[in-house]
Ligand binder design. Structure first.
Ligand code: ATP
Ligand code: MG
Length: 405
């Protein structure tokens, strides 16, 4: 019947433009490239709205595959698998930025893909990313691109102490080496494999901030409250929301994030990681073309979470309300928590954690705990940031985490 969808109609056909549905009603299939925890939380949000989800990931029954309605077990660049995903799903998104851009382009021949391959590839390579960020007029810290030994030798001495980062495939602080002085650079660059790198000035940080936003295909933007982040050993440990910053700083951070999203003509959920320098300047560290670890508290604290927004933006629905109902503190649970102070494996004392008012536990279903591996998180809500922080410190004490500052 014209004007109505069968719940089994995968692609909302009456709404098709150029052969592709711009609006995918609940009941349709949505696809996600990648099977980690971000894909898992996307699946859960999509399923809560009545969608069915297919995950494409080479590892069966991972965090996302084990909750998805279906998983295609294949490499991210397997053409038959991509075509099968695109035939089943009205729209496909990604949960990680290192999905091959060509795979997203192939999917886009048959179904809606959000964010677009061009936006994802802008975040895949730190050199391309910084070039793009500069071109759209947002501030980035001083850096030099180094792809050859000669370029390494030409790096300005003012950039040191510096951090050398591989241009591609880094995450959670991997692929990075601190470089105190120019003479240390050749060895650091070689240790990273002599691949293309960026050498960044090490910024004197007052704080780290992030802004998660959603942008619809119609250009509508919904921005979450600014998060204040604490990293330990290059890995996010704690996110506090709202950040304890003056309103002008929060406004500036949100403006920068919107500028990046507009510059990319972005559709989907985007995170902009920011450094606040000790002199107060805000610099963009990097961007993530997907929901972000620092936005996980939005599940418990906000009217709509970052994953709700990912579903809505992907499906072409109106964006939801990002308003936080409560201040929150999110503590990441790394695999280290599954080992006692004597190094022996243990089951973490979650019963004691869950006795703390306002605490909510999220585990990603990973069977093997390894040090540094993201296994889950605890979100603690409070009537104020101080109350949420006090409760989060209790969580940290029970689990042996470093105390949130
Ligand atoms: P993730 O995937 O967790 O975001 P990543 O591997 O992409 O991490 P970055 O975000 O580049 O790495 O860096 C991780 C952390 O290292 C930053 O959040 C910050 O704490 C520190 N860091 C990175 N670059 C700099 C810099 N130029 N100056 C000061 N600190 C830095
Ligand atoms: Mg980062």
């Amino acid at each position: 019947m014209a004007g109505s969808h069968s719940p089994l109609d995968p692609a909302g056909r009456e709404d098709r433009a150029g052969g592709k549905a711009q609006h995918c009603p609940p009941g349709s299939w949505l696809g996600v490239m990648g099977g980690g925890q971000l894909g898992r939380m996307f699946c859960m949000a999509a399923q809560a709205m009545g969608y069915r989800v297919c995950v494409l990931d080479p590892i069966p029954d991972g965090p996302a595959g084990s909750v998805a309605d279906r998983q295609i077990v294949a490499a991210y660049d397997d053409p038959e698998a991509l075509d099968a995903l695109a035939s089943l799903c009205a729209a496909v998104t990604t949960e990680f930025e290192n999905v091959p851009a060509q795979s997203l382009e192939r999917l886009a021949l048959r179904c809606v893909v959000r964010p677009a391959a061009s936006a994802v590839s802008a975040a895949q390579d730190r050199i391309a990313e910084k070039t793009f960020l500069r071109s759209c007029g947002v501030p980035v810290g001083p850096y030099a691109a180094v792809a050859t030994a000669a370029e390494g030798a030409a790096v300005a001495p003012e950039l040191f102490p510096a951090i050398c980062k591989t241009a591609r495939m880094g995450y959670d602080g991997k692929g990075q080496i601190t470089v105190p002085a120019p003479r240390d650079l050749p060895q650091a660059w070689q240790a990273l494999g002599g691949v293309p790198c960026v050498v960044e000035q090490r910024i004197d940080l007052r704080r780290e901030l992030s802004v998660v936003l959603a942008r619809g295909h119609d250009g509508a933007v919904a921005v979450f409250a600014v998060q204040e982040n604490e990293h330990r050993h290059g890995i996010l440990a704690v996110s506090i929301s709202p950040a304890r910053i003056p309103p002008e700083t929060a406004e500036r951070a949100r403006e920068i994030a919107i500028q990046v999203a507009q510059g990319l003509q972005y559709t989907g959920v985007l995170c902009v990681e920011l450094f606040e320098r000790t002199d107060g300047a805000l610099l963009v560290n990097e961007i993530a073309p997907r929901p972000h670890n620092s936005g996980h508290a939005t599940i418990d604290a906000c009217i709509n979470s970052q994953f709700d927004q990912q579903v809505r933006a992907l499906a072409g629905l109106p964006l939801g309300d990002p308003t936080a109902m409560r201040p929150s503190v999110m503590c990441n649970l790394l695999g280290d928590v599954w080992f006692g102070s004597d190094g022996a494996p243990r089951t973490p004392p979650f019963d004691a954690v869950l006795a703390i008012p306002g605490a909510r536990l999220h585990l990603y279903g990973k069977t093997e705990a390894r040090p540094g591996r993201k296994m889950g998180h605890v979100t603690v809500l409070g009537a104020s940031v101080d109350e949420a922080l006090a409760r989060a410190r209790l969580v940290a004490a029970i689990l042996g985490l470093e105390t949130p500052r």
